[in-house]
Design a protein around this ligand. Structure first.
Ligand SMILES: Cc1ncc(COP(=O)(O)O)c(C=O)c1O
Length: 359
């Protein structure tokens, strides 16, 4: 089989042992004679999978007991709307604008409640996490929302914003499980699954239980955090196979030594790549050093006319998915948990050879 390192931003690479286990269990899950995707979500087999996945996620992120874990659908995009629908309660909400994804969250929220932008880095090309001393906070708001890792611009917050008594809400779609996280500082954390969690189709929501009281009775059950929590994330048929695979990923993460170990590995991978970029005059990365993402490394070539050739040769060398997002161009290497260090090493060697051959 051809070995390919997949640097796609999502759906993204999954750990090979997880895919192998899924393959081995595909036709006969634990002696049942059936695939886990063929059985009822309310039966013993799937319920054990679902409960184990939640328990492993709780262990990994050290989620306190006063938080509910919801396994939802609709991606992070639906959360952009559900957050104000459930939490705003007729008040305004505060947002930090640091790139494409927080902008989308703002656009969606504006349809539901008044939005105050407390900080905006568009003037510097979304190149940083804004210094909190400069934020323009109001006297009251239902919550404060930010995107912890802007997947497209490759900007990651190196700090957790201070939020007084307002719930802090974070989009962690592209960096959840990449390192330990102080869950107790947040009101709500959400993430689409297709980067660091598993295949697409599942959306994780970790929400402080007292906030469930804010969900208006008028909301349809599928859109209400309170109703989804009361229904154990099974208001309707959940995406059982994605949930099962996410559970395998959580077990893999535990076997790797948990999130402290993942953070060490992720820091080594990112450092290797940023060093190669910084040491060359051929490649560059515009993000302020302290805000550089550990997960999504965006870079440009000094001559954008070579972009096509770079991507073609990279594909031939088994390095896939390096094209930057269509809105910003250039390149982007997404190096989530499942990307091994040897994948980043192979990319760095390829970049150095490409630079030499283009001189
Ligand atoms: C930070 C962030 N937020 C939200 C989204 C949207 O996620 P979904 O496609 O799951 O709705 C993405 C997708 O890439 C993302 O990277």
């Amino acid at each position: 089989m051809r070995r390919v390192f997949n640097f796609s931003a999502g759906p993204a690479m999954l750990p090979e042992p997880v895919l192998e286990q899924a393959r081995d269990e595909m036709l006969d899950w634990h002696g049942t004679g059936m695939s886990i995707m063929e059985v009822s979500h309310r039966g013993k087999a799937f319920l054990s999978v679902a409960q184990q996945a939640e328990s492993d996620l709780r262990d990994l992120l050290k989620i306190p007991d006063n938080y509910e874990v919801l396994f939802m659908q609709g991606g992070a995009t639906l959360q952009f709307s559900l957050i104000p629908m459930n939490l705003a309660g007729g008040m305004s909400a505060e947002y930090v604008q640091t790139g494409t994804w927080s902008k989308k969250a703002i656009t969606a929220a504006r349809k539901i409640c008044p939005v105050e932008i407390v900080a905006d880095t568009s003037a510097t090309g979304f190149d940083r996490a804004p210094d909190q001393a400069q934020w323009n906070r109001g006297a009251s708001a239902a919550y404060l929302h930010y995107c912890m890792n802007e997947t497209i611009h490759g900007v990651e917050f190196p700090f957790v914003p201070e939020c007084d008594d307002r719930p802090l809400v974070a989009d962690c779609s592209s960096n959840i499980l990449s390192r330990p996280m102080p869950v107790e500082k947040f009101g709500l954390i959400y993430a689409g699954s297709q980067k660091n969690v598993g295949p697409a189709g599942l959306t994780l929501v970790i929400v402080r239980k007292d906030l469930l009281d804010r969900s208006p009775e008028s909301l349809p059950d599928m859109l209400s955090y309170r109703k989804v929590a009361e229904g154990d994330s099974m208001v309707n048929t959940p995406p059982t196979y994605s949930w099962y695979l996410a559970g395998l990923v959580f077990q893999w993460l535990k076997a790797q030594g948990g999130l402290e170990q993942m953070e060490r590995r992720n820091r080594r991978k990112a450092a290797m790549l940023y060093k190669a970029i910084d040491e060359s005059s051929f490649y560059s990365n515009p993000v302020q050093t302290s805000s550089r993402s550990l997960m999504n490394v965006a870079f440009t070539l000094s001559d954008s006319g070579l972009d096509g050739e770079f991507l073609k040769q990279a594909e031939e060398a088994g390095l896939a998915g390096l094209k930057g997002h269509r809105s910003v161009g250039g390149m982007r290497a997404s190096i989530y948990n499942a990307m091994p260090e040897e994948g980043v090493d192979a990319l760095v060697r390829f970049m150095q050879e490409f630079e030499k051959s283009s001189a």
